[in-house]
Design a protein around this ligand. Structure first.
Ligand code: PGA
Length: 254
């Protein structure tokens, strides 16, 4: 661990698992990570899994998170789920602005901003995801893209609110492709993100956790976590099995 921030390892199950599959994995993961006291751990699952998963993890050190949220508290918004409903189901956190939502479901920096504010108001911890496409990296616009996503997604937040937010830097070209950003490539963007957060929130930026996401696996997590501005991981594929996710949670300290 390159810094004093408490590591935060979150699994993103995407649109995988039935209730029984989720409970089976939770039952295996719980004892496997029980002894980990120096990190926050979460599993972010589809809406139908949240309540049974949260019930099964009640007496554990694993939080449950959702993968999206709507920004209104209640009302005629067929198909949407409110922040209070996530809390009621046992969620502690929620991923907002994942690149799959940006690419396939019309998520914008403006909707990310509304969702982030609503989640905070309800008492959920937002994990706000940012990251560039391959074409943007190749065109040399990575920092510009990520900077715009941060400025838009976090607009109007106080430093006190910002302290509760985790940023997930996920280069889109590394998601589900087996192509991880090199630790140096990731660190470069993480340091840039920290600088942007400092401009927006001053010293609070030092407290804010920045996760790396994109093909994090048991065999690359240690080196990624050694980077000074990488404070955790948002893990897709390798979080679907208890053994590999437990190994990621137990990345090499020191
Ligand atoms: P991956 O997904 O670990 O399968 O690349 C990461 C994510 O999309 O959060």
């Amino acid at each position: 661990m390159g810094n004093a921030r408490r590591p935060f390892l979150a699994g993103n199950w995407k649109m995988f698992k039935t209730i029984s599959e989720a409970l089976q994995m939770a039952a295996k993961l719980k004892p496997a990570v029980m002894t980990v006291k120096d990190a926050d751990i979460a599993l972010c699952a589809t809406f139908t899994l949240l309540k049974p998963l949260a019930d099964s993890l009640k007496d554990s050190n694993i939080m449950v998170g959702a993968q999206d949220v709507y920004w209104e508290e209640k009302g005629a918004f067929t198909g949407e789920v409110a922040p209070g409903q996530l809390l009621d189901a046992g969620c502690a956190c929620v991923v907002i602005g994942h690149s799959e939502r940006r690419q396939f479901f019309g998520e914008t920096d403006e909707t990310v901003n509304k969702k982030t504010k609503a989640a905070l108001k309800a008492g959920l911890l937002p994990i706000v995801a940012v990251g560039e496409l391959l074409a943007q990296r190749e065109a040399g616009t990575t920092m510009q893209v990520v900077g715009t996503q941060l400025a838009g997604g976090l607009a109007g937040l106080s430093a006190a609110d910002a302290a509760k937010i985790t940023i997930a830097y996920e280069p889109v070209w590394a998601i589900g492709t087996g192509k991880t950003a090199s630790p140096a490539q990731a660190q470069e963007v993480h340091a840039f993100i920290r600088g942007e957060l400092r401009k927006m929130f001053g010293g609070t930026a030092e407290q804010m956790r920045i996760q790396y996401g994109g093909s994090v696996k048991p065999d690359n997590v240690d080196e990624l976590m050694r980077q000074p501005d990488i404070d955790g991981a948002l893990v897709g594929g390798a979080a679907l099995e208890a053994e590999s996710f437990a190994r990621i949670v137990k990345f090499a300290r020191g």
